[in-house]
Design a protein around this ligand. Structure first.
Ligand code: FES
Length: 117
């Protein structure tokens, strides 16, 4: 279904229709200026940061296969279920976001980032 873990204090943001998701083609969305990639693995929806940590490329425009997303620019690879970086060029693991599907709508939570004064 989805990964429903979330923070009860945070808002769920509706970002897509479940019908839009395809196991071979991730979907990129923007939530409050934050770019996320939505990935379908079996029946589970995963939401990960979409900008590759290596340089600027959107992972949602990469190549998804066998639970792995490959960056379209220099081929960094990340495990979709965990966000784990699988190739050194990717530099670090990706942040994963809580996601759920309610009545056919995909919702995600974005942690609040405090900006220092
Ligand atoms: S921008 Fe993704 S590997 Fe270089």
């Amino acid at each position: 279904m989805s990964t429903p873990l979330g923070d009860p204090a945070l808002t769920w943001h509706e970002v897509a229709s479940r019908d839009q998701l395809d196991p071979d083609f991730p979907v990129g969305v923007d939530v409050n200026g934050r770019k996320l990639g939505l990935f379908l693995l079996g029946d589970e929806v995963h939401a990960l940061e979409d900008v590759c940590p290596h340089a600027y490329a959107l992972l949602s425009q990469g190549f998804q296969e066998d639970g792995v997303i490959e960056c379209p620019l220099h081929a960094a690879r990340f495990d979709i279920a965990s966000g784990k970086c699988l190739a050194e060029i990717g530099q670090r693991d990706l942040q994963c976001f809580p996601v759920r599907v309610l009545e056919g709508r995909v919702q995600v939570q974005i942690p609040i980032v405090e900006i220092a004064a």
